[in-house]
Design a protein around this ligand. Structure first.
Ligand code: UTP
Length: 477
């Protein structure tokens, strides 16, 4: 699709938007009215005052002019400086990492005490293991077992509650049933599934991709942070994408750069088992060295790509094949997937990770990308880019004792609100502490120290120079 057609699509979506919003809104009014935690007044209020998705689509609806392909180098240098500073602030502390291990050990001991005769093994997966976690991430745990008792998340939830875990909720209707809980001593939220071992494979896959090139981790952490701040990463609740889907999208974007920064790790011949992928880092490291784009350049390119280049009605992102497939060849050109954002699950290619995003939310996502590229181009301002999205929601705080064990689909909002919120990042006034991001053994946030700006590592990855002046605000040509 060319840009003119793309603009037409945006306009068409704009025209259609009202009727779609009405349908969508009605659905959520009904859901909200059923929601036991809403006050009667709230359920009768205008839906946009408590539900985030209709609010997202209230962003400016005029399509953007096409921003230039690259930032000017002084702007890029300045953005690099900000990006690395934000990245460093997002790195988890060692203390937070240790608390996560402590929680896993605690749950292991609880399960042993409650089911002494059951065989099971606990695995921590997700962002605590794939190097994309922050101090505010939850802990994802998989219980691998053959025990019929433990396989049942309702029974598991009851057992954990008995041993003093708080806000224990069981979500048996989810695609992967989970138990969610909060540990107030360790100040951590935790999701537990049983026997969903495929998540262990994809966690290891993400970690391998991250270890291949030093730009991947900062880029992914910044985009993940932006998505959270803009209320765009809540697949279960907000009609947006899971962090996992965002991660696959970012990795696929890096596979598609010219020259590519990431390879495809999966077997293309069909000879290897479906869960196999190449994890031989000694041969994979340095794959992207022919590409000298900086983290800031990639960040800008990511927003620009999804604001004006990506063809939402035709493309399917495929991390498994390292390219875009077309919706028609996957049979995703009709039904639910038509007009949806399509991201192929790398280990289960029949699954669209984007199917939590309906067509209204796709429209909202595109507007967020357009907002992002405009801010990066015109102001090079990461704190503005990641400014928290505000919507008025009037769900009341929930009393622990009245919380039901088993949550309904609509009550997930109240669970989500228990998670820790990352503080708003503000560009530091003083030069922040920045290390070379090629030191990938540095998993944790270092103690704060002042840096000597003349000694900053200045390779293509961490090109950081202080700008002599702030750029003049420009308009697109
Ligand atoms: P999350 O989406 O919670 O990602 O999925 P995360 O990296 O832990 O993000 P934060 O830091 O909590 O926001 C956690 C893990 O669950 C598995 C993946 O292994 C992912 O790393 N998962 C998630 C799937 O296998 N499929 C999905 O559709 C979603």
């Amino acid at each position: 699709m060319n840009l003119a057609e793309d603009t037409l699509l945006s306009k068409a979506l704009g025209d259609e938007h009202q009727s779609l919003e009405n349908t969508h809104t009605k659905k959520h009014v009904d859901m909200a009215k059923q929601h036991s935690n809403l006050t009667p007044d709230a359920a009768d209020a205008h839906p946009s005052s408590y539900y985030p998705v209709p609010a997202i689509i209230k962003l400016a609806s005029e399509p953007l002019d096409v921003p230039p392909e690259h930032l000017e180098s002084s702007d890029e240098n300045m953005l690099c400086y900000e990006a690395l500073s934000l990245y460093e602030s997002l790195l988890p502390t060692k203390e937070s990492h240790e608390r996560r291990n402590e929680l896993a050990n605690k749950i292991n001991s609880l399960l042993k005490a409650e089911w002494p005769s059951c065989d099971f093994k606990l695995h921590v997966f997700g962002s605590s293991q794939n190097r994309l976690g922050t101090n505010f991430s939850d802990v994802d745990i998989c219980v691998e077992t053959t025990s019929k008792d433990l396989e049942n998340v309702r029974i598991l939830a009851k057992g954990l509650k008995k041993y003093g875990m708080q806000r224990v909720q069981c979500i048996p209707w989810a695609k992967v049933p989970i138990v969610r809980l909060w540990d107030k001593d360790l100040n951590l939220a935790c999701d537990i599934n049983v026997n969903n071992t495929i998540a262990l494979c994809n966690t290891r896959m993400i970690r391998t991709y991250i270890d291949i090139d030093p730009r991947v981790r900062p880029l992914a952490m910044i985009i993940k942070h932006w998505a959270k701040q803009r209320q765009l990463s809540d697949a279960g609740n907000g009609g947006t994408l899971s962090t996992y889907a965002w991660t696959c999208m970012i990795l696929n974007f890096l596979q598609m750069r010219q020259p590519p920064i990431l390879p495809t790790l999966h077997d293309q011949t069909g000879e290897k088992p479906p869960t196999w992928f190449n994890d031989d880092l000694s041969s994979l490291r340095g794959f992207g060295k022919a590409n000298n784009e900086s983290v800031a350049g990639l960040l800008y390119a990511f927003f620009r790509h999804f604001a004006v280049e990506f063809d939402y009605s035709y493309h399917v992102m495929s991390l498994r094949y390292g390219k875009y497939l077309d919706k028609h060849s996957k049979g995703w050109d009709f039904g639910r997937n038509y007009r949806m954002l399509c991201i192929e699950e790398p280990f289960d290619t029949s699954r669209n990770l984007g199917n939590s995003v309906d067509d209204i939310s796709v429209f909202g996502l595109r507007k967020e990308f357009q907002r992002g590229v405009a801010i990066l181009y015109e102001q090079c301002n990461l704190s503005l880019l990641c400014e928290p999205y505000k919507y008025n929601h009037v769900i009341q705080p929930v009393n622990d004792s009245s919380r039901a064990d088993e949550s309904s689909p609509t009550s997930e909002t109240s669970v989500a609100s228990q998670s820790l919120q990352a503080p708003v990042w503000v560009k530091p006034k003083q030069p922040p502490s920045i290390r070379s991001i090629t030191e990938d053994e540095n998993d944790f946030r270092p103690p704060i120290r002042k840096i000597d700006l003349d000694t900053i590592h200045t390779d293509t990855v961490a090109r950081v120079k202080l700008p002599r002046h702030r750029p003049v605000v420009k308009t697109f040509p």
